[in-house]
Design a protein around this ligand. Structure first.
Ligand code: KIV
Length: 275
């Protein structure tokens, strides 16, 4: 008998088609980010459906204030180490700021690098209707595209704030239009970030492709969080939408302090830990 609090154990590889089936079957999609081999392997072992190599790495891995400084070569490095670890989950690579905006050819070239050199299985792009020709070109070449609407962190310098998007009807309509444009251009899923839950619900009901929410309420087809945030590694970041499933910052500082004191006090290593 399976216990209700355990995820269904399946070795079936997650594909874009499988995500579509999950939407139809109303089975929620679980997604988290990864930037390194060991975390990616643990996420895969836990049965997470989608692992996003997010450009949030620029902030939570590299310590930048925004995702803007992330370069293609840096993203490629993270994608390679993550895909080396993952067997079951669908691995999606974020396309860094300006790596897909200048021309369809450049976008296609960079998406191809993430797939061929990084072994990603899909790419993610932030944008709206003006991005449609680029999305179409990449999808047409056989590269699955995940869209990203609502709060688009790569546009932080335009917004000037990380506040909730789509609070007024004008912006809400624009976000709906962006999601529709991604679907029409052939995207297989759309991330909806930091919008009122009712707006995310409307988009989820409108689209045939799955929506993955972050700070977008409980009515999306799936949920994603930034892994170091949900592990409680960042002591300076407490938005309402991040549920902390662990207190790793406390556990890690405790472990490092313990080790430090053991070394100072000649308690580590012992004879048993020596050759
Ligand atoms: O870069 C990232 O981690 C993301 C998620 C917040 C969806 O885009």
């Amino acid at each position: 008998m399976t216990r209700p609090n355990q995820p269904p154990k399946t070795d079936r590889k997650v594909t874009t088609l499988r995500l579509q089936e999950m939407k139809v079957a109303k089975e929620k999609i679980s997604a988290l980010t990864a930037y390194d081999f060991l975390t990616a392997r643990l996420l895969d072992q836990a049965g997470i459906d989608v692992i996003l190599v997010g450009d949030s790495a620029s902030m939570v891995f590299a310590g930048n204030d925004t995702t803007v400084p992330m370069k293609m070569d840096e993203m490629l490095y993270h994608v390679r180490v993550v895909t080396r670890a993952v067997k079951r989950a669908l691995v999606v690579a974020d396309m860094p700021f300006m790596s897909y905006r200048k021309s369809p050819d450049e976008a296609l070239g960079n998406a191809a690098r993430l797939m061929q050199d990084g072994m990603a299985e899909a790419v993610k792009m932030e944008g709206g209707r003006s991005l449609a020709p680029i999305v179409e070109r990449v999808v047409d070449a056989g590269i699955p595209v995940m869209g990203h609407v609502g709060l688009q962190p790569q546009s932080i310098h335009t917004y000037g704030t990380y506040k909730t998007r789509g609070l007024d009807e004008l912006e809400a309509e624009k976000i709906i239009d962006s999601a529709r444009a991604f679907e029409a251009a052939g995207a297989f899923a759309v991330v909806i970030e930091k919008v009122p839950q009712d707006l995310a619900r409307r988009i989820t009901e409108m689209l045939k492709i799955p929506t993955i929410g972050i700070g977008a309420g409980l009515n999306c087809d799936g949920q994603i969080l930034v892994t170091p945030d949900m592990l409680g590694m960042n002591t300076q970041f407490h938005p309402r939408f991040v549920r902390k499933y662990a207190k790793l910052s406390e556990d890690m500082v405790k472990a490092f302090t313990h080790y430090h004191l053991d070394v100072k006090g000649r308690k580590f290593p012992t004879e048993a830990e020596s050759y």
